[in-house]
Ligand binder design. Sequence first.
Ligand code: NAD
Length: 507
Amino acid sequence: MTHTVTEHFSEQLSLRARALLHGLGAEVPAPGTLLARTPISGGVLLPLTPDTPADVDAAIGRAATAFESWRTVPAPVRAALVRRLAALLVAHQDELAELVTLEAGKIGAEALGEVQEMIDVCEFAIGLSRQLYGATMPSERPGHRLMETWHPLGVVGVISAFNFPVAVWAWNTAIALVCGDTVVWKPSETTPLTALACHTLLRRAAREVGADPQVHQLVQGDATVGEALVDDPRVALLSATGSVRMGGIVAPRVAARFGRCLLELGGNNAAIVAPSADLELAVRGIVFAAAGTAGQRCTTLRRLIAHRSIADQLVERLSAAYSQLPVGNPLDDGVLVGPLVDERAYTAMRTALVRANDEGGEIVCGGERVELIGAEAYYVRPALVRMPAQTELVREETFAPILYVLTYDDLDEAIALNNGVTQGLSSSIFTLDQREAEQFIAGSDCGIANVNIGTSGAEIGGAFGGEKNTGGGRESGSDSWKAYMRRATNTINYSTELPLAQGIHFG
Ligand code: NAD
């Protein structure tokens, strides 16, 4: 596209974004220095005004005040708000998904899937509202009962990344709200419009069910806005999703004020392909996990650890599949790989490929830029790179579609390679040998260890998160809700005596 044609296209995308916001009921905000861009063309969708530290302070104050009454609403009644939000998400699924495509560059199917994930987690949270169970334990003292009760925590700060602009918010918010917490959300500065849309839908849901709309606050801007949440003692839990670099700054600051952190940080995910693997299935799983979302998922497959006996054959098949991948405008039907988020992501990818070459790697295919929609949009062909060893480069997360291929001879070695990185998010094995599968599940040090599927595409029913530098947090399903509540242990004496524990006699 020529310059002016691209500009005209960007204007159309901007008009579309405004129309979608309007359809979602969001007011177009006052223009300012926070630029919402689209990776589709690199153009500006809308300029917004970022929040100041004083705005963040006021938002936390409103959330803290709202918490005082929200915490007393019974959990199944609180669920009415989440139920209404889910209904609004169903009604506006297409519009919100299109906005995700415009702002984050996801292809239509993945954007719709992201909104579906929001609906799913709302349904989970609604059921959960009647299952915030505490345990009871036998007391060692006669006439006594020992039990645990769970109570709302307070204000939950949510900092989210650009690549799941709406689902991660929903994971946190749906659960936090039924748990009786209030939420202050700082989305990525790269995706402020989808955040505005979600905030608008939640506020509308609150008004429609008679809940206090102040239970949710949105603050927009860059890291400085996030830091205001990090340092505020009124924020009981800070749930932060993003890079390991960000977690390394945020975690010690929250710990210094004895706050709680829930960290969902970067991954460097591997899949082992054993000699017994169904290669046809493995190729499909690997291509989706490595090239889907243009390699911009925290769970993207970045390292392939193939048994030496099948490695050549696997690489050949993958190379053939990669050459068929349609790269292009994510709004177009049939496209499977959309753009990188911005120039920085492209530069990181190029730098990594040059380093791979310097470290003795062989670029089997991909890695080149495809200039489709002007100079400011960054489309690339996913890259497949054979590496002689797990070098320093391979141990880093480059947030782009590069799949490094390593080989192994025995499974212990493969599991050691899987674990030989600082991150610990997702992992998988392709094998038809149950012994190998079980050995892998027991041996992988990651928060997610899959068998015969790739590393990405988690369901909301499970607890999601990773170990080591990925931060140790768990969100979404299973018992992740416990992170959003505080536990009290209660000893109740219904006798007329006052026996002490451990048989102690006092006086
Ligand atoms: P990023 O770390 O640059 O930014 C994430 C968020 O943190 C943004 O909202 C940003 O404004 C904020 N932030 C950055 N520095 C901060 C600071 N000092 N104080 C407070 N807030 C700060 O990440 P990104 O580029 O948006 O996203 C990509 C990264 O996120 C990748 O590493 C990816 O693996 C990771 N990620 C992890 C998960 C997960 O669940 N584990 C999910 C999505 C993305």
